[in-house]
Design a protein around this ligand. Structure first.
Ligand code: TRP
Length: 323
């Protein structure tokens, strides 16, 4: 059974291997299995926390190049920018009017982010989930692949769909969450925290082989393999995704019998990651050399997305009495 799939990534900086293994890789698989996929860059959502215009546009291009270099194929998937399909914000406004303040106040992400950004909590941060519901429901998908931090938003999306259907007649499906494997690639410098987009703690997809090795070399391990070490656990988690079974088993055995040399593990891992992304780096470089072409791809994707989005929005407006 072919599914209709919708998902987005916030335009908050280029992607690291945690984003790749946890999201992008699965998007490419879903696409190549022949599903009807809508993937977009959530640039409007990037406005809900502090941003700089120059960085925002650069980040958007970087993320677009990451998607494309990783294998998102604009011929197979509808690949676009959220801000270029105006229907997203229009439907979000309608959903704002159908959603109670209480529901939005209860969202964990809102509570967390407003704690982090005490200075300027904007209304967009509160209504983030209604825009996300619009992102999703415009395309009437059956599945939404997201990380576990986003399941509450998809739950709210289903509530909005249900409420809308009950009041105005069956319009939206209630899409299921495609929970991506709860994969927690941790920071290299502090393996008790999740890998994030800053500093030396993340392996970016386009890091050079030398850069990968440099970052891995700095990652903490353990002096004694018998010791429980989150750093070592994290290296093995990454190894499992990039090594063949034989290599993985061989290092696991060395770890068990305490004969492991972490410098060897790191060298091997650096080589595996560098090789895995060799093609990716080349493609991304070519893409970024021609930002106008990236823009063209996004504009074309936006045109494709709008056809679907417009039809849904017309249906919605008619049903709720906007003439
Ligand atoms: N909020 C998502 C995140 O931070 C990004 C996102 C925006 C999204 N709109 C979406 C994901 C719609 C799936 C569907 O990861």
């Amino acid at each position: 059974m072919k599914e209709t799939i919708v998902s987005g990534i916030r335009a908050s900086g280029k992607l690291h291997i945690g984003n790749y293994l946890g999201a992008l890789k699965q998007f490419v698989e879903l696409q190549n299995e022949g599903n009807n996929c809508f993937f977009f860059i959530a640039d409007l959502h990037a406005l809900t926390t502090p941003f700089e215009p120059k960085e925002l546009s650069q980040n958007t291009l970087e993320v677009a190049a990451d998607y494309l270099a990783a294998g998102i194929d604009p011929k197979k998937s509808t690949f676009f920018l959220q801000s270029q399909v105006l229907e997203h914000t229009e439907l979000a406004w309608i959903f704002n009017s159908l959603t109670s303040l209480g529901e939005l106040n209860r969202m964990t992400q809102f509570k967390e982010k407003s704690d982090q950004h005490k200075e300027g909590i904007n209304a967009g941060l509160l209504t983030y989930p209604t825009l996300m519901a619009a992102d999703i429901l415009l395309y009437k998908p059956t599945g939404v692949p997201v990380g576990d931090d986003q399941t509450q938003h998809v739950e709210l999306t289903r509530n909005i769909a249900r409420k809308f259907n009950n009041r105005f007649g069956k319009t939206f499906p209630e899409p299921k969450t495609y929970l991506r494997k709860p994969l927690r690639i941790m920071s290299l410098s502090d393996p008790t925290k999740k890998m994030s987009k800053t500093g030396d703690e993340a392996l970016m997809l386009d890091d050079s082989p030398a850069e990968i090795l440099r970052k891995l070399k700095k990652a903490p391990t353990a002096t004694d393999a018998k010791q429980e070490s989150p750093g070592v656990g994290n290296l093995f988690l990454i190894l499992e995704h990039f090594a063949d079974k034989k290599t993985f088993k061989s290092f696991s055995r060395q770890q068990e019998d305490n004969s492991i040399k972490y410098s060897e593990l790191k060298n091997a891992l650096a080589k595996l990651i560098a090789d895995h992304f060799a093609n990716f780096r080349k493609k991304k470089q070519q893409l970024l050399a021609r930002p106008d072409q990236i823009q063209d791809i996004l504009v074309q994707g936006g045109t494709k997305a709008r056809k679907v989005a417009q039809a849904t929005l017309i249906e919605v407006k008619t049903k709720i009495g906007l003439i």
